[in-house]
Design a protein around this ligand. Structure first.
Ligand SMILES: [Fe+2]
Length: 263
């Protein structure tokens, strides 16, 4: 499995506190069956402790050198979780190596938790014409998308991809996020499921448990979420076709069993 979203880089955000913590997280991921970790520190928002991107670049260099000397067998790929700002395009252009996944066209784009900017669709068009493909991070945690998954459908139709957190399917972020995560899967709007790991207490680097939470989803589809699409993203290739988005919301489905578990 490939974990496309995790805060492993130490002492730069609210993820791994220090080198030891980052190594412990990587070992944990490896044991879980994760072969590649895309390391995505917060950038451009208040959670990023390192305010200058040049400093972030230095932190990467130091950490890479330390990882080389360690016993870690997991493959490390660089990335970032880039917070939406109206000035993002020039920042992305100047720092593609630091902010995109593996210096590719793809990058993780984080929206505020409470809303989606009105001009987001236009912004996505603009990004695409400049050669950047945004992957909306933990879309199921956004309250506007929770109220109406169609908000996300419009962004996906515009060309964005969607990542959801594994923990949301388990209810780690509450019932609304869990319900929304299942709605997005049911609507065929999800491209990637990732851990968004921060530590070994709360948000752990684990993905193996996801399959048991998606009993009605074809194994081939789960492999797309956890391996094939992340692999294409890292290789800067076009992603495999996930098929049409579905909008027939049946009154009852197997997903309801999960959504209503403790509501
Ligand atoms: Fe994150």
């Amino acid at each position: 499995m490939i974990d496309l979203h995790g805060h492993y880089l130490p002492a730069v955000d609210d993820g791994a506190a220090d080198l030891e913590a980052s190594l412990a997280m990587l070992r944990h991921a490896e044991k879980d069956g994760i072969t590649t970790a895309v390391v995505t520190p917060h950038a451009c928002n208040a959670l990023c402790k390192v305010k200058s991107l040049d400093r972030l670049r230095l932190c990467w260099e130091k950490w890479r050198a330390a990882i080389k000397k360690s016993d870690i067998n997991i493959e490390i790929v660089s990335g970032a979780e880039v917070y939406f700002t109206s000035e993002l395009l020039p920042i992305l252009k100047e720092n593609r190596d630091l902010l995109t996944i593996n210096n590719s066209s793809y990058f993780l784009l984080e929206f505020p938790n409470d809303y989606i900017y009105a001009h987001s669709k236009d912004f996505i068009f603009k990004l695409l014409t400049e050669g950047f493909i945004p992957i909306i991070s933990h879309a199921e945690r956004n309250s506007e998308i929770q109220r109406s998954p169609r908000v996300l459908r419009d962004l996906v139709k515009a060309g964005a991809l969607c990542q959801i957190n594994a923990g949301s399917l388990r209810g780690d972020f509450g019932n609304q996020a869990r319900s929304c995560a299942y709605d997005l899967i049911q609507g065929n709007l999800v491209h990637v499921i990732a851990s968004d790991a921060h530590d070994l207490e709360g948000r752990k680097p684990e993905l193996a448990y996801v399959t048991a939470l998606l009993p009605g989803v074809a194994p081939e589809k789960i492999a797309m979420y956890l391996e094939e699409i992340p692999d294409a993203i890292i290789a800067d290739q076009a992603i495999p076709d996930i098929g049409e988005q579905l909008w027939h919301h049946h009154k009852h489905s197997f997903f309801d069993l999960f959504k209503k578990r403790d509501s």
